[in-house]
Design a protein around this ligand. Sequence first.
Ligand code: SF4
Length: 379
Amino acid sequence: MKENKIGLYIHIPFCKSKCLYCDFNSACSKDHLIPGYFDALKHEILLYRESLAGADFATVFIGGGTPSYVDSKYIYETVHWVKQNFNLAEAAEVTMEANPGTLTVGKLETYAVSGINRISMGLQAWQEPLLKSLGRIHTSEDFVENYKQARKAGFKNINIDLIFGLPGQQLSDWEETLYRVMELNPEHISCYSLKIEEGTGFGQKLEEGKIEVIDDVLDREMYYLAQKKFGENGYKQYEISNFAKEGYVSEHNLIYWKGMEYIGLGAGAHSYYEGERFNNKPDIEEYIGFIERNVIPRENEEVIGQDEKMTEFMILGLRLIDGISIRQFNASFGEDIFHVFGEALGKLQKKELIKIEADRIKLSSLGLDMANQVFLEFI
Ligand code: SF4
């Protein structure tokens, strides 16, 4: 793929109920806003049409929230509208997030017809008590059923999202989850270590002493186990938390990690375009109101200067297992990477947190474990 491609993110902020760990911009009990929200999305596309006439979109990611919660006609119309008004590459990766418990065969068939070619399904954990404790609305049987339906509907590129380090989770639970997921043979697996955020259900439970954060050593054991098991079963780790079979890396996420441009549509969606970073107002009603008045409700507009761009290049690029290219850094910024970050790189190399091999700088295995500490050196 060309490096000048641009991504499109479309946010669907509706969910059936709120998961206890969730700090995404998502709402339940606001279903009455769904029709107006999709009208606003179409309208936002029109508002962008002229200024994005020269942009070539290589990926679309419909995320949430739970895009599979709403009537699939809205998704169909939105994708259709994107194709009509933006330049979407013929071979574009078009992903949609879906949650078990909100999917049907009919919906999946509509997604396939609309041109969605990648489904990202949230499983998170296998065991019923853990799913319940997370506030998920589905069982693992629901998940398997929906997964099989997605295959039947023709999806050949499926991601499964997992979370580890859950309160009360044992290493054996995690091992079973890995085993069950690999049995299904998805093309891509994302697994993130749980971070309990303030303002979430888990955040409150933690404050009240009702749950405990998992032991750090166990959290790392779970991560190593995933790396080992996925590696043994043909999944190549290509980012700190992402594993894929050959040819199935997430092109859309690569746009973020490579510091390339993207436009976000919908409430709270973030964009990075022509050197500026901004996001839409997150409140759904406010977003709809602004769009109805022909205004894209941008906030936090910030021009990204050269220093910040260089820092982001390092922080985002080092998330990738292949790391960053020294030549690319030097050519993009007209500066020598060792002149700009020599001190940080020297320190990290001494601590064996990074490896410098020919043209590439990458995290070491130790660095993968302590990535946040590495990233701090560039700030
Ligand atoms: S389904 Fe996803 S977006 Fe919705 S509440 Fe759960 S974690 Fe949040």
